[in-house]
Design a protein around this ligand. Structure first.
Ligand code: EPZ
Length: 418
């Protein structure tokens, strides 16, 4: 079982380029099923979740191969078996996003319910609500979602809450439907916008993505395209937190900084001095001091839940008391007990974590529990005095490509053992 060992206390400095966006790439891989012909994606990160999605696409009968270090090609023309089995879907919840494309392209799909995960129950009711609004017959059969249609028809979907993958799944189902679809209360995340842009370039008619009302007019067919996946905004925020936690001076490149504004605002509130350009941002600690923040996670453009653990790790050694409230998922504080083992002074009250800054954290053996919690532990370990061993590091490998190499390039003393 791999683990990562960090010797904390080294000040990080230098420039690092982020990998392509995991969450964008996963949705775009599903979208490729909609095209007649081959879709090529570049700047795809080499991650466990991406490999899991490749395995699923192949199981469906699609051709899905790496065509270079970070380039892949997908062709859904040969799909013969629109069924996504439990053992593949449970490994990676985003697999559920093959449902919309399969239904749109082939008129039927059987996809296992993804089930919950460490951070929450993760229901799919909004996905199903949207597909039914397009005329699909959807039934749950012993943990499998079975959807059929003789041809989807445009409809109006009012999401009861902001759901990123729900918006993406229903958007993909609607692009080949007859007539117009309107998605109200749609998610506004950059990953939704990137998907809409790619679908439009494939020949779809999608307008309004990035706002909470998206209109899709169905077309008869989509063609494969080539696309460069955008940089990972959460990896960028994570690396900035790592640099700031060591009172360092780190520049992150390869991202669209407009997708990171709420994170950058929060880092400035914590005392960071930022130099921001369209595709790069430098973060230093102004005056050597970090100070308390008030943060509440929210759908885009709010502060991202995927940055919550990393921000908490950062403010553990800030002056004053911070309050970080998790409003998106119901169980996303599993990094707290591990940070407490490192000497953090955190108390939980419902959805709020009260963090009183301490002068230093101390290295300790800790356990990764989910992807972003483990990223938070790495941030804390870099700032801590002494050695920290982060166990179950496969969680990190789901969402961060060669994280130890990127951090070592910034001067971190970090190695993988296994
Ligand atoms: C996406 O998950 C991301 N994953 C998550 O990133 C991210 O945390 C999340 O959006 C929120 O930004 C991918 O894109 C692959 P949601 P998604 O549907 O779409 C509830 C990471 O670390 N909900 O926006 O599954 C749900 O329970 C991962 O990279 C329903 O109630 O999240 C949650 O409380 C973790 N019914 C809230 O909505 C539904 O039908 C937001 O979830 C769907 C969701």
């Amino acid at each position: 079982m791999d683990r990562i060992v960090v010797r904390g206390g080294t000040r990080l400095a230098g420039e690092v380029t982020v990998s392509g966006s995991k969450n964008s790439a996963l949705a775009l891989m599903c979208a490729a099923l909609l095209a007649e012909g081959e879709t090529r994606l570049r700047n795809v990160p080499r991650l466990r979740d991406i490999e899991a999605m490749l395995d699923l696409l192949r199981a469906l009968g699609a051709r899905a191969e790496w065509a270079g270090d970070h380039e892949m090609c997908i062709d859904g023309s040969s799909i013969s078996n629109p069924e996504a089995p439990y053992e593949l879907v449970r490994k990676m919840r985003a697999s559920f996003m093959v449902l919309g494309p399969l239904l749109a392209r082939f008129g039927s799909a059987r996809v296992s319910e993804p089930g919950g995960c460490a951070i929450g129950v993760r229901p799919i009711d909004q996905h199903l609500k949207g597909l039914r609004a397009l005329g699909a017959k959807v039934r749950l059969d012993h943990g499998v979602v079975e959807a059929t249609t003789s041809g989807l028809c445009g409809g109006r979907v009012v999401f009861d809450l902001n759901t990123v993958n729900g918006t993406q799944n229903v958007m993909m189902a609607s692009v080949l439907a007859s007539g117009e679809t309107v998605l109200e209360n749609a998610a506004r995340e950059p990953e939704v916008v990137e998907l809409a842009d790619v679908l439009s370039r494939m020949g779809a008619d999608v307008r309004g993505a990035g706002g909470d009302r998206i209109t899709i007019r169905g077309v008869s067919a989509l063609r494969g395209i080539e696309h460069q996946v955008s940089g990972d905004r959460i990896e960028a925020g994570t690396l900035l937190c790592a640099g700031l936690a060591t009172r360092g001076d780190v520049t992150v490149t390869g991202i669209d900084t407009s997708s990171l504004e709420s994170t950058l605002d929060k880092l400035q509130e914590a005392g960071a001095t930022l130099t921001t350009e369209p595709s790069r941002v430098r973060a230093e600690v102004g005056g050597g001091r970090l100070c308390e923040v008030q943060a509440v996670t929210a759908p885009f453009p709010g502060f991202p839940t995927d940055m919550q653990a990393q921000l908490m790790a950062l403010v553990c050694t800030a002056e004053g008391s911070s309050v970080i409230t998790e409003r998106v998922f119901e169980n996303r504080f599993m990094h707290v007990p591990e940070l407490q083992r490192m000497g953090a002074d955190i108390s939980l009250a419902g959805r709020a974590a009260h963090v009183r800054g301490v002068p230093r954290l101390g290295g300790a053996p800790v356990m990764a529990t989910d992807l972003r919690a483990s990223a938070g532990l790495i941030v804390a370990a870099l700032a801590a005095e002494g050695d920290t061993t982060v166990n179950r590091v496969y969680h990190i490998d789901r969402g961060y490509e060669r994280i130890e190499e990127k951090l070592r390039g910034l001067g971190a003393e970090i190695r993988r053992e296994g």
